[in-house]
Design a protein around this ligand. Structure first.
Ligand code: UDP
Ligand code: MG
Length: 357
C-alpha cells in the first residue's frame, strides 16, 4: 500500500527557534540506567546554547529501586520531573503521560535503556530548527538484539505499512523529537490503544528520518518478551488498519465461489457421466474448513468490538499517583491536583495540554 522508504514531507512553514526541550523517558524497572541516562541527557541537550531542558521520567509501576532513584534525582535537580503512575499502564501510555506534561518547544522521546544515544538529540533538535516538525530516529543497525527480534521487528514494520493507509515509517521506534504542536495533537487524540509512532505519522506534519545505529541495552533486560511483542504488533495493526475485517469478506467470497464451482462439477458428473463421488471425508473437511474460517472471522471481529468496548468505557489512559520535582510541568487541566505532592491524577487527554507561550 505504501513504499518502504521513509517519507520526507516538505519542510514546515517558518517556526520560532527552539528555546526549550522536554525529554520524556518511560521507566519500567530500569534502576541501573536512570543516573547514566540523566547525566548523558544533561551533557548532550543541557549543553545546547539557549535551550532550557526539562527531563520527565514516567515511572510505569516499577517494582525495583527505580522509584527511589528517580526521586533522589528529582530532589537534587530542578530540571527533573518524575511522574509515578499508580501501576504498570504499559509503555505507550507511559509515553503519553510524559508528553502531556511536557512544556518544551520540542518534546523528545527516548527509552531509558540507552539503546537510543542521547548524544544524537542536539543534532535532531537542530534539524527541527532547520524546518521540520518531527525528526524521527530510523534504525540502520541494531546491536545486542536477538536474531528473532530483528526478523520479527522487520516483518512487523513491513506488515503494518502494507496494511495501514497511514504512512508509518519502517524501522523506527519512539525515539524522536517533535515540535510542541505535534505533541498537542497527540494529546487531543483520545484513543485508548495507543501506537504513538503511528499516531505521530498520522498527524501529517513535516517529518524527517534521522538514521542512527541502535546500541545494546546499557543494563537490565528487555520489557518486551515475545508475547508482549506480539500483543504490541496486533495492537498496532488493529488500531491502524481495517484490512483484517475485510479478510473475512475475501475468504467468504472465495470459499463461496469455490463451493459453487465444486457443486456444479459434482452435479455435472452425476447428470452427464453417471458418476457419484463418495464424499464423507471431503464433506467433513469442508465443514471443518468453514468452521475454522468462521471462528477466525468472529475472532477478528471480536478484536475490533473489544476495542470499541474499551474506547466507550472511556477510562483514563493512566493514573498518576505522585509527582516529584518541578510542579510547573503540570498541564493546566491537571495543575490543581499536582500542586500537592501526592495527587491522584487521571490522564484522559480530553483537555488541551499547555498552550504555546
Ligand atoms: N517500558 C515501560 N512500560 C512497560 C514496558 C516498557 O515504560 O510496560 C519502558 C522501558 O523501561 C523502556 C522503554 O519502555 O524505557 C522500552 O522498553 P524496552 O527497552 O524493554 O523495549 P525494547 O527496546 O526491548 O523493544
Ligand atoms: Mg530497549
Amino acid at each position: 500500500m505504501s513504499s518502504v522508504t521513509a517519507p520526507t514531507t516538505p519542510r514546515s512553514p517558518q517556526r520560532p527557534p527552539v528555546r526549550s526541550a522536554s525529554v520524556v523517558t518511560p521507566v519500567f524497572n530500569e534502576e541501573d540506567n536512570i543516573e547514566t541516562l540523566a547525566s548523558r541527557v544533561f551533557a548532550a541537550v543541557g549543553q545546547l546554547p539557549g535551550v532550557a531542558l526539562q527531563l520527565i521520567f514516567v515511572n510505569d509501576g516499577s517494582s525495583d529501586r527505580s522509584a527511589e532513584r528517580l526521586n533522589a534525582l528529582a530532589a537534587e535537580n530542578p530540571a527533573v520531573t518524575v511522574l509515578h503512575l499508580s501501576r504498570n499502564f504499559g509503555h505507550q501510555n507511559a509515553v503519553s503521560a510524559g508528553i502531556a506534561y511536557a512544556t518544551g518547544d520540542v518534546v523528545c522521546l527516548i527509552d531509558a535503556d540507552l539503546q537510543d544515544p542521547p548524544e544524537l538529540l542536539p543534532d535532531m533538535i537542530r534539524r527541527i530548527d532547520a524546518g521540520y516538525d518531527i525528526v524521527y530516529g530510523m534504525r540502520i543497525a541494531r546491536a545486542g538484539e536477538s536474531r528473532i527480534k530483528l526478523v520479527t521487528a522487520r516483518a512487523f514494520y513491513r506488515l503494518i505499512r502494507a496494511l495501514s493507509n497511514v504512512d508509518i515509517p519502517a524501522d523506527t521506534g519512539d525515539f524522536r523529537v517533535m515540535r510542541r504542536h505535534v505533541a498537542h495533537v497527540l494529546c487531543q487524540m483520545p484513543e485508548k490503544h495507543r501506537f504513538v509512532r503511528g499516531m505521530v505519522a498520522w498527524t501529517g506534519f513535516a517529518s524527517k528520518p534521522y538514521p542512527y545505529k541502535r546500541e545494546a541495552r546499557h543494563s537490565g533486560h528487555t520489557k518486551y518478551p515475545m508475547i508482549k511483542m506480539v500483543r504490541f504488533a496486533l495492537n498496532a495493526i488493529f488500531s491502524f488498519s481495517t484490512v483484517p475485517l475485510r479478510v473475512s469478506n475475501v475468504l467468504g467470497l472465495a470459499l463461496t465461489g469455490g463451493s459453487v464451482l465444486g457443486i456444479a462439477y459434482i452435479v455435472a458428473l452425476d447428470l452427464f457421466f453417471g458418476r457419484y463421488i463418495p464424499g464423507v471425508s471431503a464433506t467433513l473437511l469442508a465443514v471443518l474448513l468453514l468452521g475454522g474460517v468462521q471462528l477466525v472471522s468472529i475472532g477478528i471481529l471480536g478484536e475490533y468490538v473489544g476495542r470499541i468496548f474499551e474506547q466507550v468505557k472511556d477510562r483514563p489512559l493512566y493514573v498518576i499517583a505522585d509527582v516529584r520535582g518541578a510542579p510547573a510541568a503540570a498541564p493546566p487541566h491537571l495543575s490543581s491536583s499536582v500542586t500537592t505532592r501526592t495527587p491522584v491524577t487521571a490522564g484522559a487527554h480530553t483537555a488541551p495540554p499547555p498552550s504555546e507561550p
